[in-house]
Design a protein around this ligand. Structure first.
Ligand SMILES: [Zn+2]
Ligand SMILES: [Zn+2]
Length: 156
């Protein structure tokens, strides 16, 4: 429950911060998505206060624990001088942290699935590329590996 008016300048104006043209464009983009996805995105658009929030909610997906949709990834949630982890989901409602790649609760960081993946790479001689440059096919291998090992994950 919060009813504090933190922004004195906005007066009695509507709290919506996504510009109308942008919203219109987004709705057009949604038209190609399945109806269920469209419904969720529209719903999110109404809850989001800014475009950044909307993008964060849309990319992160609902909280696996409480179903809250106002979630964000670690990168969006981090303070400006902090380095956030874009593969971590955070729930503003219940404080749950989870891994966006494997969908598991994050009890330690980095997520244990990374170690399993590194192990798999060593065994199958998957070359990850130079630092910061992912080898072609690497991302595909990774996604396939995730799907095989964490088939219940919807995050990708
Ligand atoms: Zn939650
Ligand atoms: Zn993980």
């Amino acid at each position: 429950m919060k009813d504090n008016k933190s922004d004195p300048q906005s007066g009695g104006d509507s709290p919506r911060k996504i510009p109308e043209e942008t919203e219109e464009q987004l709705r057009k983009t949604f038209e190609n998505f399945p109806p269920e996805v469209q419904r969720q995105l529209r719903d999110l658009m109404e809850k989001a206060e800014t475009l950044e929030d909307f993008a964060a909610f849309a990319l992160t997906g609902p909280c696996p624990r409480c179903g809250n949709e106002l979630t964000r990834d670690g990168e969006s949630a981090a303070a400006e001088d902090e380095e956030g982890d874009p593969t971590v989901g955070e729930c503003s409602e219940c404080g749950f942290h989870w891994c966006l790649d494997c969908g598991r609760e994050l009890s330690s960081w980095p997520c244990p699935h990374w170690e399993a993946w590194e192990e798999y790479c060593r065994k199958h001689q998957i070359y990850q590329g130079e630092d910061g440059h992912l080898e072609e096919g690497y991302a595909q291998d990774y996604i396939e590996w995730l799907r095989r090992n964490y088939p219940d994950t919807t995050g990708m």
